[in-house]
Design a protein around this ligand. Structure first.
Ligand SMILES: Cc1cc2nc3c(=O)[nH]c(=O)nc-3n(C[C@H](O)[C@H](O)[C@H](O)COP(=O)(O)OP(=O)(O)OC[C@H]3O[C@@H](n4cnc5c(N)ncnc54)[C@H](O)[C@@H]3O)c2cc1C
Length: 451
């Protein structure tokens, strides 16, 4: 590929952001190469095989609705999303009981009413504040969701419920998420959201996308690391890569898209000073990633009989989420065995002691399901932070996709579009970058479906 036509884009990293960017660019006829340092595609949206079980490297619930930026990227290259839609219901556990979201809708209002133990008037009053905030009375950017909520209720169960919601669905705590971003997330999620679990693991999903991308002329190089982003003045012009037994090579392109996370991207340029000023201030003002704790384990019986939904915990400090993936997507486990996934999060992401909090997550799992730690066989016990966090940035504190270096962009969950997080956020950043590239170049980028 090198030595031929100049590449339109080099993409560093084959995570969800990198792969969706590649899909959108090749669909538009651009010449693209994706570099992935590991043998696997998908980063935190991949899987590994453990004793016959398919366990995720991170994400479990994958957006799949027609409005999803992920779905659109797959569609752009005609890649099949082999995904089992979750039709099971969301369940919230509070100190006074479990609340199962009704299929008939009315979710948030009825959740609040449950937290208020049946006080319909109180629930309607509080719900009206949510409606207002979604409309004309959008909160100020600097106000946290905890502060916003505190202005409207003193009820602890409501706070616990929404703490569970934020930690499990948005990856950070009530006191960390800006209220404005919480409402942007609610608004984004209300537009036809559908979720599913990859039928054969997230890695297979990403391999299907890769196949379609390669079919359209892109190159994907595994076990190939970007060592350095090459600059000419204040412009990115290519990368230096390493692979094999110490081989290295230089590639040039019009655009460089980094899926390595905003911090790592700066260090790859080797030129800190170019990022001084407001970009660096924004990065440092909230230098907080969102860590996450992940347990995957197997039991002979499901912890909750026949449970094909998701359980969110509002009665805990660290345990946030439980799902039984093999009930939803049976291909993920051998017959007769039940694969469970539990997530934990620090109660304060900025000052976390992940080791202690991982321990407490397990304890809280045991408190909620007595005997589980004895009878379960653990396949994964992971603490995600640093280069592989839950998310590179907190919702509401994302870095922009554009960097101070011309033609160098961030894609991934450190630079998601407002109201989006996780895999969807990573895919949304890809959408935003490809749009900018299209607007700047003379030949427009169209995302046409493969014939
Ligand atoms: C435990 C856990 C649970 C989660 N649950 C969910 C969930 O249920 N739903 C959801 O939507 N999201 C979830 N998330 C978040 C989601 O997984 C991530 O937001 C998303 O996958 C991040 O994608 P990304 O584009 O930022 O790329 P990443 O996944 O960060 O991938 C980046 C890729 O770049 C490669 N790379 C990095 N540096 C280089 C280099 N120098 N050269 C070459 N390659 C390089 C890496 O090897 C990697 O493959 C979860 C995350 C975790 C950890």
């Amino acid at each position: 590929m090198t030595g031929q036509k100049q590449l339109d884009a080099i993409i560093i990293g084959a995570g969800m952001g990198g792969m969706c960017a590649a899909a959108r660019l090749v669909a538009a006829g651009r010449k693209v190469i994706v570099l992935e340092k590991s043998p696997h595609l998908g980063g935190r949206c991949s899987h590994r095989k453990r004793d016959g079980f398919t366990v995720t490297t991170g994400a479990i619930m994958i957006p799949m609705g027609e409005n999803s930026a992920i779905r659109q990227a797959f569609d752009a290259v005609g890649a099949h999303m082999d995904i089992v839609e979750t039709t099971g219901r969301m369940c919230y556990r509070l100190a006074h009981g479990d609340y199962v979201l009704p299929k008939t809708g009315g979710g948030l209002l009825s959740m609040i009413e449950f937290a208020l133990e049946g006080d319909a008037n109180g629930a309607a009053e509080l719900f009206q504040h949510f409606r207002d905030a979604l409309g004309e009375a959008a909160p100020e950017e600097h106000e946290t969701f905890l502060a916003w909520l505190g202005r409207h209720t003193k009820n602890e169960a409501v706070k616990n419920l929404l703490q569970g919601f934020c930690a499990a669905l948005m990856g950070t705590n009530l006191h960390e998420i800006p209220a404005a971003e919480f409402f942007r997330f609610l608004s984004y999620s209300s537009h036809g959201s559908r979720f599913g679990l990859a039928a054969r693991g997230n890695g297979s999903l990403m391999e299907a996308l890769a196949e379609a991308i390669v079919e359209r002329g892109a190159e994907i190089r595994r076990k190939t690391a970007c060592k350095r982003i090459l600059l000419e003045g204040d412009r990115a012009v290519g990368v230096e890569i390493s692979y094999g037994m110490g081989q290295s090579e230089v590639l040039h392109a019009d655009h460089v898209l980094s899926n390595a996370g905003p911090r790592r991207t700066i260090s790859l340029t080797g030129n800190d000073s170019l990022f001084a000023g407001s970009y660096r201030e924004r990065l440092e003002a909230t230098p907080y990633e969102a860590p996450i704790i992940h347990y995957s384990f197997v039991c002979d019986e499901p912890l909750i009989d026949g449970f094909d939904g998701s359980l969110v915990f509002g009665n805990t400090r660290n345990l946030i989420y439980l799902e039984i993936p093999s009930i939803i997507s049976p291909g993920l486990a051998p017959p007769g065995k039940y694969l469970h996934t539990a997530y934990g999060a620090p109660s304060d992401a900025a000052h976390s002691d992940l080791k202690e909090e991982a321990h407490n997550t397990l304890q809280e799992l045991e408190e909620n399901f007595p005997g589980v730690t004895d009878k379960a066989r653990f396949l994964v016990k992971a603490r995600h932070s640093g280069q592989s966090p839950g998310m590179h940035r907190w919702p509401g504190f994302m870095m922009p996709v554009e960097t101070p270096v011309k033609n160098l962009f961030n894609v991934g969950d450190g630079a998601t579009s407002p109201g989006t997080i996780g895999t969807e956020g990573a895919a949304s950043s890809a959408k935003a970058v490809v749009k900018i590239i299209a607007e700047r170049s003379s030949s427009p980028v169209h995302c046409s479906a493969k014939q």
